[in-house]
Design a protein. Sequence first.
Length: 206
Amino acid sequence: MTDTPKFEVIDRRRMKAEEEQEASKTEASKTVEQEPTERGAGPRLVVSEGRREPEPAAPEAPAAVQEQEAEPDMPPAPTAEESLQQKAAYDASSQRLEDLVRAQNPAMGAPPQMNFEHLVQQFYVTAMIQMGAGAQEGQRPQVDILGARTTIDMLGVLAEKTRGNLSAVEDRAIQTVLFEARMAFLELTSMITLKGMQPPQTPGTL
């Protein structure tokens, strides 16, 4: 056994190189961590003073509200109480008028009660008169062909709007009257076409 001490040779150059390499790695990691902040990378909120986000669209108004907005000049509907009061005043005024007429014509009978059939019949009579019916013998009939068309169209609207809400008798009455009025209109317009006559723009004589 020898007492000669052992010496370990340390390569300082190698240790320095490793220290420099480790320091380089540390500096690189710090640069990577700080780079998004320094370069401004990543999502950022940009607010522009002159730009406004679009407001969400308002829900579509119901059809009844749209119709009311489309006709702003229409007066509000009367209340139920107002309608009842007006109906009572109307009936009282009508009764006074009937009493006055009967006093002057004692033989006159009571007027017929108005119903749906009377309404339909009134439209029919009006349309036929406008097409020249009811003229006295020897007189040329006065024809308002455009007015007759309007009356017949009104009768058609009445038939359409009351569909499903009429009795069998009422439905038969309006369908029959509408058919007869339209048939008379077709015959009259065919005569005008054959004679080469122009339909009047206003009520006149053919």
